[in-house]
Design a protein around this ligand. Structure first.
Ligand SMILES: [Zn+2]
Length: 517
């Protein structure tokens, strides 16, 4: 592709500049004013009324789960158990007898009765099919009786470490598994291996939303070399930095790969660990119990254990990412990383989510040199639940501005398929702390970011977080021409109007991707 973006307003380090951008073989080969005689044969587009941004980077998502979610039963928008069950029933009708019903993304926090559903409710619409449905946050699994039977889960089955099999008063399993229990049994009957075409469909879906690079948190353990060569062969058209689960620790060490190693497209991130669960399932690990409950969540990996693993990986130059949502988990992970404060920034060690951090822990976090990988859409979609379950503490939640003010690098993502991977929605949420197109008071407006801060979190820091900052994340001569063209110059719109802007097209690896309108 040979292309000149004429007269293009483009974003660069907090400013909107204007230039012609000459693109060839997927790179920006010239900037400045280009005369009509130069570059014969190049296509020319006038971009005067648009805004050109570096391709967005989603710093935390699950690509295979996203691919699956695009085809699975999606219960995310259901507002009652009744609605969930009727959708399940309809979905089951189309399946052959005995086939598994998978998917889910149900969110009990949106229902009238905010309690976990039961196997019996599911049994009422799934007589002929085993059903296994994940909660929206991916930390709880809802099974029907047939699925429990196939997986040999009964009253005698013990809780695995770091997990719970909820039981009813009579001692029988209720149909809900939490944390490690969900992962173990959910993984036992894993989805059929995602086909290449599914991943391609998922990456196209991302490209249409402006995303040209992602940190992919793998759904299951893999051997790095075989995964990398499989992905390179698929030619997925976006850049991927891969984070392996703990079960792959040995095979990652054996590969001798360091973080940032790999091909141009596919790189090693590191190892991801879990300090706790999630808010929606009340398994995020809290210093004090949830409001009105006696439960303080689940400590999935204790601090000492986190620290031991970092101690093994740091000298091998393999980064660690720790999932931490509750304030106790954030404190544990910050303290686990603290002894490595001279290395954390170089390795790009990071904490995922950081949904609640006590003020006294912010300084330790910043001194540790850690990256905060956060999902701004969570701040608005979790709002009601966070206020209800955290009470007064909620004022320390989703504290993006406070983190930035301490000099902490902040990278944005969606945790897709948990949230829709839409950077424009994320930017809107980060800057306004409101849901688009809904009249509401902003949620903790003191934590709102400027537009430049939000863009940097979706571009510059995203590129850095995926070891790609030399190739992308900024619009500059010699960089990859991984770009997004927006329909409007959002810097000229009042924040409230920003929802109007659309991704017109995305350029990645010398190809053009347009959203289906
Ligand atoms: Zn995630």
């Amino acid at each position: 592709m040979n292309l000149i973006l004429k007269n293009a307003p483009y974003y660069f380090r907090g400013n909107v500049l204007r230039s012609d951008l000459v693109i060839s073989e997927g790179k920006i080969i010239q900037m400045g004013k280009v005369s009509s005689r130069d570059f014969p044969g190049f296509e020319r587009w006038d971009c005067g009324n648009m805004l050109v941004l570096p391709g967005f980077i989603d710093s935390h998502l699950h690509l295979e789960a996203l691919a699956q979610a695009l085809e699975d039963l999606d219960l995310r928008d259901c507002v009652s158990l009744q609605e969930v069950l009727s959708k399940v029933a309809k979905f089951a009708e189309k399946l052959p007898q005995g086939a598994w019903i998978t998917g889910g993304r149900w969110n009990k926090n949106n229902w009238e009765k905010k309690v976990f559903p039961t196997k019996r409710a599911l049994d009422s619409v799934t007589k002929e099919h085993p059903a296994m449905l994940w909660s929206k946050d991916g930390h709880a699994l809802w099974l029907n009786s047939l699925a429990l039977q196939i997986l040999h889960i009964d009253r005698e089955t013990p809780d695995p470490p770091g997990g719970k099999i909820l039981k009813e008063e009579d001692g029988e399993p209720s149909g809900i598994l939490l944390e490690n229990a969900a992962d173990i049994y959910g993984g036992k009957f894993a989805h059929p291996e995602s086909k290449g075409s599914d991943l391609k469909r998922a990456t196209r879906y991302l490209l249409e939303r402006g995303i040209t690079g992602v940190n992919w948190f793998l759904e299951k353990g893999e051997e790095p070399f075989s995964l990398f060569s499989r992905l390179d062969a698929l030619d997925l058209e976006i850049d991927l930095t891969i984070w392996f689960p703990r079960e792959s620790l040995e095979s990652v060490l054996k590969s001798r790969l360091k973080s940032g190693d790999g091909s141009q497209r596919v790189k090693l991130g590191g190892i991801k660990l879990f300090a706790d669960g999630a808010l929606g399932s009340q398994s995020a690990f809290m210093l004090e119990p949830y409001e009105g409950l006696s439960n303080s969540g689940i400590e999935v990996t204790p601090r000492r254990e986190l620290e031991e693993i970092i101690r093994v990986l740091a000298p091998r130059e393999v980064a660690v990412s720790v999932h931490a949502i509750g304030d106790a988990a954030v404190r544990n992970s910050t303290l686990a990383f603290f002894p490595f404060r001279d290395l954390n920034s170089k390795l790009r060690n990071r904490v995922e989510h950081v949904q609640l951090i006590q003020p006294q822990d912010r300084k330790t976090f910043s001194e540790s040199g850690l990256l905060a990988s956060v999902q701004p859409i969570h701040a608005i979609s979790d709002r009601e639940m966070a206020c209800r379950l955290w009470g007064e503490r909620v004022r320390y939640s989703y504290p993006y501005r406070s983190l930035l003010d301490l000099g902490i690098p902040v990278a944005f993502g969606s945790d897709a398929p948990v949230e829709e991977p839409s950077p424009l929605k994320g930017i809107y949420a980060a800057c306004t702390r409101k849901t688009p197109f809904i009249e509401e008071d902003p949620f903790l407006p003191q934590e709102a970011l400027t537009l430049s801060q939000a863009l940097d979190a979706y571009t510059f820091w995203g590129a850095w977080s995926m070891y790609q900052e030399k190739a992308k994340g900024e619009i500059a001569l010699g960089r990859k021409a991984d770009l997004v063209l927006l329909s409007e110059n959002i810097f000229r719109l009042p924040l409230s109007q920003m929802g109007k802007a659309r991704v017109l097209l995305t350029i990645s690896g010398g190809k053009i991707f347009r959203p289906d309108l």
